[in-house]
Design a protein around this ligand. Structure first.
Ligand code: FAD
Length: 231
């Protein structure tokens, strides 16, 4: 039987009404899907409910990037960037059918004192190219053996060849660096299906409306079960 279907949904809702679970995850976005998969793989019994369709919230409306957070480098938040780069590498490795390398062209314009939103500038903008090169080098270094590809410096002509719609006035040079891209909703569904296949009990169109508390501990939840329209 498919790990997520209308049949399993009905069965899962019946199970949730009678069984006890170690973990109840509320929300079938990418966070809930990841938490459910992580918990079930650690041996916990897991139930997950989603009030709408899976990934119908933010997890289908992101920019679809799997990035290492290059914009956090100017804040010197190296630990965060390193963690995100490792996760990026793991996603590329574990879900290569869903996560693909993506090249970015970074154009540098004359007089641009804050390229890519860098919050500080060098005196007169001198050395900005060197600063960017160092930042991108650091991004490559922090990714370690999981790096997608090393960044490289490109000429004005190469920038325009790769991105012909860019303004050519004042364009001086550029860089190429790499991150990754995914389909956020499909990634979420894949995580949920993997969690379901591993034993998580999952249902959508089931909204949590309140908690049943006993001696200051949550021991259940109120819910509203939606019906899907089938045309
Ligand atoms: C414009 C934009 C661009 C972004 N770009 C990126 C990007 O490039 N890369 C990246 O990694 N991240 C990006 N993000 C961030 C990323 O999209 C979010 O961090 C992520 O989707 C959050 O997932 P979530 O599961 O926490 O929330 P959601 O996807 O919103 O999931 C929460 C779920 O909980 C359900 N729910 C709520 N209340 C209840 C209830 N009472 N009962 C049952 N279910 C309930 C909702 O229906 C919803 O489906 C971006 C975000 C935005 C807004």
């Amino acid at each position: 039987m498919l790990p997520l279907s209308s049949t399993t949904r009905a069965q899962n809702l019946a199970l949730m009404a009678h069984e006890q679970f170690d973990v109840l995850v509320i929300g079938g976005g990418v966070t809930g899907a990841g938490v459910a998969l992580d918990a079930v793989m650690r041996g916990y019994s897991v139930a997950l409910v989603e009030k709408g369709d899976f990934a119908s919230g933010t997890s289908s409306k992101s920019t679809k990037l799997v990035h290492g957070g290059i914009r956090y480098l100017p804040n010197f938040d190296f630990a965060l960037v390193r963690e995100a780069l490792v996760e990026r590498g793991l996603l590329l490795q574990n879900a290569s059918f869903l996560v693909h390398p993506l090249a970015f062209v970074l154009p540098i314009y004359e007089g641009d004192r804050h390229p890519v939103g860098i919050p500080f500038t060098t005196p007169g903008g001198i050395g900005m190219s060197w600063l960017l090169r160092s930042g991108l080098g650091m991004y490559d270094l922090l990714a370690g053996r999981r790096n997608v590809r090393m960044h490289r410096h490109i000429s004005r002509e190469q920038v325009l060849k790769l991105a012909p719609l860019l303004l050519s006035n004042g364009l001086q040079q550029g860089f190429i660096y790499y991150d990754a891209q995914t389909n956020d909703a499909r990634l979420t569904i894949t995580l949920l299906r993997t969690a379901a296949r591993s034993g998580a009990v999952i249902a959508n169109y089931a909204e949590v409306t309140g908690f049943v508390e006993e001696r200051e501990k949550v021991r259940g939840h109120g819910s509203k079960i939606g019906l899907r329209k089938v045309s």
